[in-house]
Design a binder for this molecule. Structure first.
Ligand SMILES: Nc1nc2c(c(=O)[nH]1)N[C@H]1C(S)=C(S)[C@@H](COP(=O)(O)OP(=O)(O)OC[C@H]3O[C@@H](n4cnc5c(N)ncnc54)[C@H](O)[C@@H]3O)O[C@H]1N2
Ligand code: MOO
Length: 427
């Protein structure tokens, strides 16, 4: 990859702008965990970032046990008994017996109960015929069971010492269940990141305010706050900042002193009313600005002191796309998570693009469709406007058209990033 400047230049063409992969590389290289570590009760651990590898202190399951209700026996005894076994005991779950199974005997056993010494196979009760003879219990076990059938081996889920969860994992219900299966009540996690959210612009009006001509209700802040709510962060809502350089500067200065990251929208472009960029240069450092992508070109990453500033474009679709592509991963990385790129899946295009500019990567809003044979394809939302929140509601994900592709024909393979990859469920 050719070396490119970290951009500080407003008058660039796409071929000179920072490419998507380069922007990701800068974020990955420059962001490392900033949060402290503390134990978190499993009940509160969902979505948190695990800070220390968790290993199993003992095997799970701890002992060989029955997978079904039935009769446990030693498979090697089958031939000698001809399948006719005296029932020599009864073992229920939670009541293990220290008695070894007598040669040629079988024990009544229930699902989850520890299989006694010498027994290796469990026959399901529906397949067996119990008998009583002279006050003694017998069971006829049918032939054909494989040795080890219906027996769950100790350690078959986890072996003692096995790593269950690596540090840097965002804990899902599955990880919480696995940690709980070892008996642990808590897990060491990174503290939630402190993130401030603000909107900029004289035209922007807060929810519930009376409408005035020229105004635009603030959709970005609620949208981003809701996106952030899917991450392990504490959000401070800083409201709306007017298009005045000193107002933007003082808000950013205050926010930087008390937050790990600041997320702003608007004022990221190159107009003279775009004060976030100017303030960032004055107060701190800009690591990147102006990417060769669409939408989201004015996306900015910088820092004021130790606080990371992620300046997103004002257009709601651009802000959303930048969140999906960069901000989410950046916030997670700051919060201790291992970098995980949202996966893309290759689908057939159900749309055409006659001409696309080379040198920039485009992210179209993609809607999943099915053809006559039930094969999934992806089409693009009919209109491209960067202000159409409707398109975000309709879309199932983003279609990614790389820099070197200049046209797409119907049926072409295209890369699709489902929103479910970034924790947003389908409607
Ligand atoms: N001469 C140029 N003009 C623009 C360029 C450019 O390169 N040269 N880039 C365009 C692109 S691409 C984008 S994206 C926008 C982003 O500009 P800003 O980040 O400076 O955003 P604003 O100008 O403040 O706002 C853009 C647009 O979004 C609306 N907006 C802003 N905040 C909110 C909010 N909180 N909720 C809802 N809508 C919001 C705002 O009213 C504008 O319509 O710049 C292009 N221009
Ligand atoms: O990049 Mo702007 O993000 O197209 O609307």
């Amino acid at each position: 990859m050719p070396h490119r400047r970290l951009l500080d230049d407003c008058f660039l063409h796409d071929k000179d702008r920072l490419r998507h992969d380069e922007a990701l590389a800068i974020l990955r290289e420059r962001l490392s965990p900033v949060a402290g570590i503390a134990p978190v009760a499993l009940a509160d651990a969902l979505g948190r970032v695990c800070a220390e590898a968790v290993t199993a202190p003992r095997p799970v399951p701890a002992a060989d046990n029955a997978a079904v209700d039935g009769y446990a026996f030693a498979h090697g005894d089958y031939e000698a008994t001809g399948g006719f076994f005296p029932v020599t005991g009864r073992i229920a779950a939670g009541h293990p017996s220290s008695d070894v199974l007598p040669i040629g005997g079988a024990v009544r056993i229930f699902t989850g109960a520890t299989v006694p010494g010498r027994a290796d196979t469990v026959a399901m009760q529906e397949d067996c015929e119990p008998h009583e003879q002279d006050g003694r219990q017998f069971v006829v076990i049918p032939p054909g069971l494989k040795p080890g059938a219906n027996r769950r081996k100790a350690g078959e889920d986890l072996m003692a010492g096995e790593t269950i969860v690596e540090a840097g994992t965002v804990l899902r219900p599955q990880e919480i269940g696995a940690i709980a299966s070892t008996g642990a009540a808590s897990v060491g996690c990174f503290a939630p990141l402190k993130v401030a959210v603000l909107s900029t612009g004289d035209e922007i009006l807060g929810s519930g305010a009376p409408f005035r001509p020229g105004a635009v209700y603030d959709s970005n802040r609620p949208l981003l706050s809701a996106l952030l709510a899917t991450l392990p962060v504490e959000v401070t809502d800083l409201g709306i900042v007017a298009d005045r350089p000193e107002a933007v500067r003082s808000m950013l200065t205050e926010a930087a002193a008390t937050h790990d990251a600041i997320l702003s929208t608007g004022g990221a472009s190159r107009g003279e009313e775009d004060h976030v960029i100017a303030a960032l240069s004055d107060l701190g450092r800009r690591h990147m600005w102006q990417l060769a992508i669409k939408p989201g070109r004015p996306m900015t990453f910088g820092q004021i002191g130790d606080s990371v500033v992620l300046g997103l474009p004002g257009n709601p679709v651009a802000a959303f796309v930048c969140f999906v592509l960069y901000v989410r991963q950046a916030i997670l990385a700051l919060g201790g998570a291992a970098w995980r790129e949202p996966r893309r899946y290759v689908l057939q295009a159900d749309f055409e693009i006659a001409r696309k500019k080379a040198d920039r990567r485009e992210f179209l809003r993609g809607v999943l469709v099915e053809d006559d044979r039930g094969t999934r394809r992806v089409t693009k939302f009919a209109r491209d406007g960067s202000g159409l929140i409707t398109s975000l509601r309709e879309a199932d994900g983003l279609i990614e058209i790389p820099e070197d592709v200049t046209a797409v024909a119907s049926g072409d393979p295209v890369r699709f990033l489902p929103f479910s990859e970034v924790g947003l469920p389908s409607p």
